[in-house]
Design a protein around this ligand. Structure first.
Ligand SMILES: Cc1cc2nc3c(=O)[nH]c(=O)nc-3n(C[C@H](O)[C@H](O)[C@H](O)COP(=O)(O)O)c2cc1C
Length: 212
């Protein structure tokens, strides 16, 4: 089959595109309202977009609470979601009033952050403390702004549970990190395969140092 997303002519019961651009990492984003209410929500339009400086982005489809909080307070945390937390992740996607904390609504324990004010998810094995940089408004080819707000933040602090580090590496398969697939699906990362990079390219994994 072939279809054109702008024409929505896939003829299937559900739009397939998000099942194809998958699996996607999940940024489980904590932020604070200006009044100090802790907000938590999953975003799978999420990724790292620069290593130096260390930048992450997530994209809000429509202006949601996380966007408003982060633009107002300038800080957020990306918590890493694992298989044992999948139901909590899902629960925190419920639309609740901005003055209600999803941490409380979903009975999720907080841990303090070090360099930013929003709390972390205590049970998440890794968390990225971020300072807001900018909101990018993507446009379609017609130049019209999408109903999307790409929030970009600089990672200023990284938490890693000591237990998550095996042989000097963060072992995401052992952690069973979850990714978002299409429809209502999630996939745990439970198996990794390794390949050496072609000579001269990228990373020398034996030496574990960047190749100039
Ligand atoms: C796994 C998962 C991933 C999601 N990814 C996104 C996303 O990338 N962008 C988005 O706008 N909404 C996404 N949602 C929906 C938001 O989590 C939901 O609208 C939430 O209520 C937003 O919370 P907030 O208003 O507190 O920011 C996702 C939901 C789930 C369950």
């Amino acid at each position: 089959m072939f279809y054109e997303p702008a024409k929505r002519n896939h003829g299937l019961p559900h739009a397939p595109l998000k099942a194809i651009v998958a699996p996607r990492p999940i940024g489980w984003i904590s932020s604070l309202t200006p009044e100090g209410v802790a907000n938590l929500a999953p975003y799978s339009f999420f990724n790292m977009i620069s290593e130096t400086p260390a930048l992450v982005m997530f994209s809000s489809q429509g202006a949601k609470d996380s966007l408003a909080n982060i633009e107002a307070t300038g800080e957020f945390v990306c918590n890493l979601a694992t298989l044992d937390l999948v139901d909590k992740v899902n629960l925190t996607s419920a639309p609740v009033a901005r003055n209600v904390s999803e941490f409380d609504a979903a009975d999720i324990a907080r841990a303090p952050s070090r360099l930013v004010k929003p709390p972390r998810v205590a049970a998440a094995p890794c968390a990225l403390e971020c300072v807001y940089v900018e909101t990018f408004r993507p446009r379609g080819r017609d130049g019209v702004e999408a109903n999307a707000y790409m929030i970009i933040g600089e990672i200023v602090g990284v938490h890693i549970d000591d237990d998550a580090i095996i042989d000097g590496r963060v072992d995401i398969a052992a952690l069973k990190v979850i990714s978002r697939c299409g429809y209502l699906d999630y996939a745990p990362v439970d198996r990794l395969i390794e390949r050496e990079r072609p000579p001269g390219g990228g990373m020398d994994m034996k030496a574990r140092t960047p190749v100039a």
